[in-house]
Design a protein around this ligand. Structure first.
Ligand SMILES: NC(=O)CCC(=O)C(=O)O
Length: 275
């Protein structure tokens, strides 16, 4: 599988509309790739909390329209990163009402929306995304026939290994993780991406943003790790397109030659206190 990770710069000097147009043409330039991946909340920036409500869109909003067309023009599977989604409220919503979610969109090469994943673990503890957005509650996988099965996660989700185990149990072989990870914790990003690959014997395609928004410098350093933990490609801090070729048989081969996943012990009992 040929994959392109588009590490987009998200800076305040560029309007959401012009970034959307710029990203759509970058996606079109990836014709020939099998899978193209964008970062988390690249329309607003993952830390631009005050923009979430203003720029929120329904699933089939302007980003959906632009990305569906870009995917079909390029003939690629497109993980279009995530958008601030405005979900439907119960009853009849007034304009601009309804809960917000951090929702990833995946398009087939014909431009059909084949999956939407609402981020399960929201970042911010008692502020920011954690209070402004609702949590997803569904694991999502996407089958790319004859190639691989994707398992979807978003940014802060990377810190929660049980989510990835759930995705493995659902058949995932390749984790796709859009992010807006800050420079301050870049060492965690790289370490956790490798850990998730090794412990699950899966590919990790983790695509972050470049630039600075809401005063938070972004780490960049999008990374692709193979099921043995080897880093196949890693970006720098600026805007960059990372091209990588993955060996489709590598997951099955690694799981067969070093069958650690078969040694999982499930349902461990609560520990007893022994004197
Ligand atoms: N947007 C995010 O989820 C940020 C996550 C983060 O900064 C961290 O886990 O550290």
């Amino acid at each position: 599988m040929r994959a392109s990770l588009l590490q987009i710069a998200v800076d305040e000097g560029e309007s959401v509309d012009s970034r959307r147009r710029r990203v759509a043409s970058l996606v079109r330039e990836q014709a020939g790739a099998d899978l193209v991946v964008l970062p988390e909340l690249w329309t607003t920036g993952a830390f631009a909390y005050q923009e979430f409500a203003r720029e929120a869109e329904p699933l089939e909003g302007p980003t959906h329209e632009a990305m569906a067309k870009a995917a079909s023009d390029a003939g690629v599977w497109l993980h279009a990163g995530s958008i601030p989604e405005r979900g439907e409220s119960d009853g009849v919503p007034a304009a601009g009402e309804g809960p917000l979610y951090n929702t990833s969109l995946v398009f087939s090469p014909s431009g059909d929306l084949v999956a939407a994943y609402r981020k399960i673990h929201r970042f911010g503890f008692d502020k920011g995304e954690a209070v402004l957005m609702g949590a997803g509650d569904e694991l999502v996988t996407v089958r790319m026939p004859g190639v691989t099965t994707l398992g979807l996660a978003t940014c802060y989700d990377l810190r929660f290994p049980e989510l990835f185990r759930g995705l493995v149990d659902a058949g995932a072989e390749t984790f796709v993780i859009p992010a807006g990870w800050p420079e301050r914790r870049r060492s965690h990003w790289t370490l956790l991406a490798q850990a998730r690959a090794v412990e699950n014997q899966a590919f990790v395609l983790a695509c972050g943003t470049a630039g600075t928004h809401a005063g938070v410098p972004q780490a960049g350093h999008s990374i692709v790790v193979d099921p043995w933990g080897t880093v196949l490609a890693e970006a720098g801090r600026g805007e960059e397109v990372l091209h990588v070729e993955l060996d489709d048989g590598k997951v099955a081969q690694t799981r067969e030659q070093f069958p650690a996943l078969k040694d999982r012990v499930l349902g461990l009992a609560t520990p007893l206190h022994r004197r």
